[in-house]
Design a binder for this molecule. Structure first.
Ligand SMILES: Cc1cc2nc3c(=O)[nH]c(=O)nc-3n(C[C@H](O)[C@H](O)[C@H](O)COP(=O)(O)OP(=O)(O)OC[C@H]3O[C@@H](n4cnc5c(N)ncnc54)[C@H](O)[C@@H]3O)c2cc1C
Length: 441
């Protein structure tokens, strides 16, 4: 057995980790209590098998690519980082990228990850045409919107619980350059931030960084980053049309003492960050896609700054109507508490595609908290606000929500369970997350 955790390093649990080298070996590796794991960037317990964890990053080959259409067939372990480095210079990028490029295609499908463009392009799954799936029952099936469509919509966003994704066919987006024209807007409070994001619906990409230490009349003050793909004509003379992604430069070599992030250090950082950003407000400039999409990737192992006991990310989505009140209440409680991270993000989302996909039309707020003190009961209180507003929590970030919170947030759960049971009648595929939240079949 090996000790395994997600990116938040909480919980840490025993699981038998295997890294099969052929699809046949994947089949043999699937025993009762198995789940697939991609690059382990889900924060909590989603990518940890109840008994066995099947590592898929060895499956990293591209099967075919058609430059006329951008259609690509690839194995599930291919990382978006490699896809971008390889196909970016040929003028193609994934339609949807999350906040880190170190995720696998299988993990991106299973979580139906969203990017800064969910309001216009939907989630990762919207650009997937078909999937080769190894079910818990032992069948290997091709699934798409037309063929085994129930299995397809349960697999997109299904957190690995319908089986192991072996390969996928998807569309890449043609681009002229690897640069983004970024416009920064500063918003002095939450109302202004939400208005700026609403205006940002017209932009291809939009995201807000929120100062979650700000209180009173500054509550919710934010920097909003809008983005558009830049054309060749917008680049500085001599600039490479496609800048290469740098390997993470800085690294956090050891677990920092958990007191490194305290009320004073977070306040000081946020004040500085907001002021520096506000100085650029109203201006447009062209930045490489890497800092725009993946700012945290610049620092390797940044998850260690929260200390040995790890951290929790709380990401909720609140339906558009009534979102202002609930978001204000959550931010106020967090600011009064004082130990949330400086990495608070607010985004708009549209409709999700998969049966269990996280997005619904509204605002999503993501906050990080070190694991300490009464954090679990504090987050239970926040969950009650989210559920009362008709919202839900993102499974890819979750390590602790209750079954009642999960069931209230995902009304299509019974449909998902019925499809899962048809694909896996004996309930072979099981993760630590599914043991915690699902009535196991
Ligand atoms: C810094 C950072 C920023 C992030 N930003 C965003 C963001 O902006 N938007 C967003 O949506 N997410 C975001 N995430 C979360 C991340 O995109 C998802 O958790 C994604 O699923 C991770 O992919 P992975 O390959 O690491 O998968 P893992 O973490 O290994 O697994 C995630 C889930 O996918 C399943 N899975 C993995 N591979 C397969 C497979 N081959 N077959 C079947 N199931 C599989 C696992 O069982 C598990 O349920 C972020 C994470 C980090 C660390």
């Amino acid at each position: 057995m090996t000790l395994v955790s997600g990116w938040g390093r909480f919980p840490v649990v025993d699981s038998d980790v295997l890294r099969p080298r052929s699809f046949e070996a994947v089949g043999e590796a699937v025993v009762a209590g198995s789940v697939a794991r991609g690059n382990g960037r889900a924060y909590g317990d989603a990518a940890i098998g109840a008994v066995r964890t099947i590592g898929m990053t060895g499956f990293d080959r591209v099967r075919s690519f058609d430059p006329a259409t951008g259609r690509i067939r690839l194995e599930a372990g291919v990382l978006l980082a490699d896809l971008i480095d390889t196909f970016g210079p040929r003028g193609f990028l994934p339609f949807v990228v999350p906040g880190t490029r170190f995720v696998s295609v299988g993990g991106a499908i299973a979580a139906d990850v969203h990017g800064k463009n969910h309001h216009c392009e939907g989630g990762f799954g919207r650009h997937v045409e078909s999937i080769l799936l190894r079910t818990g029952q032992g069948d290997t099936i091709e699934i798409s919107r037309e063929q085994n469509s129930d299995a397809f919509f349960a697999t997109v966003g299904g957190m690995g619980l319908t089986g192991v994704i072996l390969e996928a066919t998807m569309r890449l987006r043609p681009v002229e350059t690897g640069w983004i024209r970024e416009r920064v807007i500063s918003a002095s409070d939450l109302d202004a931030a939400m208005r700026a994001l609403d205006v940002g619906d017209a932009a291809t990409y939009s995201v807000a960084w929120i100062d979650c230490a700000a209180r009173g009349q500054n509550l919710g003050r934010s920097l909003i980053y809008l983005g558009e793909h830049a054309g060749k004509g917008e680049l500085a003379a001599g600039a490479d049309a496609f800048p290469l992604g740098k390997k993470p430069g800085l690294s956090v070599p050891i677990d920092l003492p958990s007191m490194t992030l305290n009320r004073t250090s977070i306040r000081a950082f946020n004040e500085l960050y907001y002021r520096m950003g506000a100085r650029r407000a109203g201006t447009s400039h062209v930045v490489s896609l890497y800092p725009y999409f993946f700012p945290l990737d610049a620092i390797a192992a940044w998850n260690r700054i929260y200390g040995r006991r790890g951290f929790l990310q709380h990401q909720c989505v609140i339906p558009q109507d009534g979102a202002r009140g609930v978001l204000g209440e959550i931010l106020d409680r967090v600011a009064r508490r004082g130990d949330a991270s400086f990495l608070a993000v607010l985004k708009k989302l549209g409709q999700g595609d998969g049966i269990l996909s996280f997005p619904l039309p509204g605002y999503t707020l993501a906050l990080d908290f070190p694991v300490k003190g009464d954090i679990l009961s504090f987050l239970d209180e926040i969950d009650r606000l989210v559920v009362a507003a008709g919202g839900r929590l993102y499974l890819a970030k979750d390590a602790r929500q209750s079954r009642a919170t999960f069931e209230a947030g995902y009304p299509a759960l019974s449909r998902f369970n019925a499809i899962r049971k048809a694909l896996d009648p004996d309930g072979v595929i099981r993760s630590k997350l599914s043991q915690r939240l699902f009535d196991e079949v």
